[in-house]
Design a binder for this molecule. Structure first.
Ligand code: SF4
Length: 409
């Protein structure tokens, strides 16, 4: 099989993994080619919202496991292929030099013992760095079950590592991916977290200590392949951020694999992309707006509001906390106002130190006034009174309603 055929098979096999953004890593220094911009610019998105600017491939799509939701599962009747480390190094370096890609996202099916699979991935990354002089971004998958020393080694060559949790509960994992264990996936995250802390500690004392996976770790959760609701998913994400200092949880709407039929899977024909979108918005609240998982869904519903973004939905459930007076309120309070992002909240606090704020100025500071207008005052003056949550919902929902099905059966 020639390299183009392999690439076609193994790039196609990798497309279901959503966790491929390259934010949070810096340049690798002199003597290497390739450069990461540390602000998450290595993104280009397909129509269904997935990142394609990395060379995103599997090392091999052969797999011993038989996860029901996966096109690469052992029982799937598909063409199988595998790269060698040299082939992948040549391919990545050539694509990078031609500006086709900005980094490498490298995963693999579990074609052998997890330690052996990790050895192959590590060998590829090491060759890229050492022999090809590649300084671009590398995101490498951790194969759960691999020993701690492989995670340690992988972090010396890759910018980011990720172990995919895939399903939100052990029960779903048992049902849909019985050969995987929640404990080994969480164990890999724990190993990463502890190793990362040790390296950071050593670097504080010994400057020559190498950098360990500077872009941290992430994970992916499949949404809609199992029965868990949004509350369970958000609670899990909150716990993962807290316990393992994850940089990102990626949510991937379950795409029913065409080659696979399995009675354990839900009978959907289209991925629940709107639900995925709402979960990303909720995740944003966890990471940048100081919301706790419990606050995001603190009403009766176990699912996020289909009509409104989670921050606006929260504000309407807590309308007594509004209006927030932007002339006086603290940063944290301003941050809770729908239509005001973290940067705008900072700008408001900074601007009002030197001059008084006007409603006209808010737009220039980045405030989405058409949303914020129901929740703010300036020195006691309203744009629109937040007297009736039902009315506000009617005013805001049409603009925000997603056209995609949240749940499709
Ligand atoms: S371990 Fe499961 S999800 Fe990963 S490639 Fe194999 S079958 Fe697919």
């Amino acid at each position: 099989m020639d390299i183009c055929e392999k690439l076609s098979i193994l790039a196609d096999a990798a497309k279901y993994d959503a966790s491929c953004a390259s934010s949070g890593s810096g340049p690798r220094g002199k003597g290497s080619f390739g450069h990461n911009v540390p602000a998450g610019v290595c993104h280009s998105w397909t129509a269904d919202g997935r990142c394609v600017s990395l060379l995103k491939v599997l090392y091999s799509n052969a797999c011993r496991y038989d996860c029901a939701y996966c096109v690469n599962r052992a029982s799937s009747d598909i063409r199988r292929a595998a790269f060698t480390p040299d082939e992948l190094v040549d391919l990545t370096a050539a694509f990078y030099r031609r500006n086709y890609i900005e980094g490498l996202f490298l995963s693999s099916g579990v074609f052998s013992d997890p330690d052996i699979v990790m050895e192959k991935l590590i060998a590829t990354a090491k060759k890229l760095r050492r022999e090809a002089g590649y300084g671009g971004y590398i995101h490498m998958k951790i194969i759960p079950g691999a020993g701690e020393r492989y995670i340690r080694e992988a972090g010396l060559w890759a910018d980011r590592l990720s172990a995919n949790i895939e399903l939100p509960t052990a029960k779903s994992l048992n049902a849909l991916a019985p050969q995987k264990s929640g404990e080994s996936i969480l164990g890999a995250m724990r190993d990463f977290s502890e190793t990362s802390c040790r390296f950071a500690e050593d670097r504080r004392r010994i400057k020559s200590t190498p950098v360990f996976a500077p872009a941290g770790q992430s994970t992916q959760l499949i949404v809609g392949a199992s029965e868990e609701d949004d509350r369970q998913i958000i609670n899990l994400s909150g716990a993962l951020y807290r316990k393992f200092s994850l940089r990102r949880v990626y949510y991937s709407a379950f795409i029913p694999p065409v080659q696979v039929t399995d009675p354990r899977l839900p009978g959907i024909t289209r991925p629940p992309l709107a639900r995925e979108h709402r979960l990303y918005q909720a995740d944003w609240l966890l990471r940048f707006y100081n919301f706790t998982p419990e606050e995001i869904l603190d009403g009766q519903d176990a699912y996020l509001d289909a009509q409104l973004d989670p921050k606006t939905a929260w504000a309407l459930r807590h309308i007594a906390r509004f209006p927030v007076d932007l002339a006086r309120a603290g940063y944290e309070e301003i941050l809770r106002v729908p239509g005001i992002g973290s940067r705008s909240a900072l700008r408001i606090v900074e601007t009002r130190r030197s001059r008084s704020l006007s409603f006209e100025a808010l737009r220039r500071l980045g405030v989405v006034v058409k949303r914020a207008r129901y929740f703010i005052t300036l020195g006691g003056a309203f744009i629109d009174r937040p007297d009736n949550p039902g009315r506000i919902r009617r005013m805001l929902a049409p603009a925000d309603a997603l056209q995609l099905p949240l749940f499709e059966v």
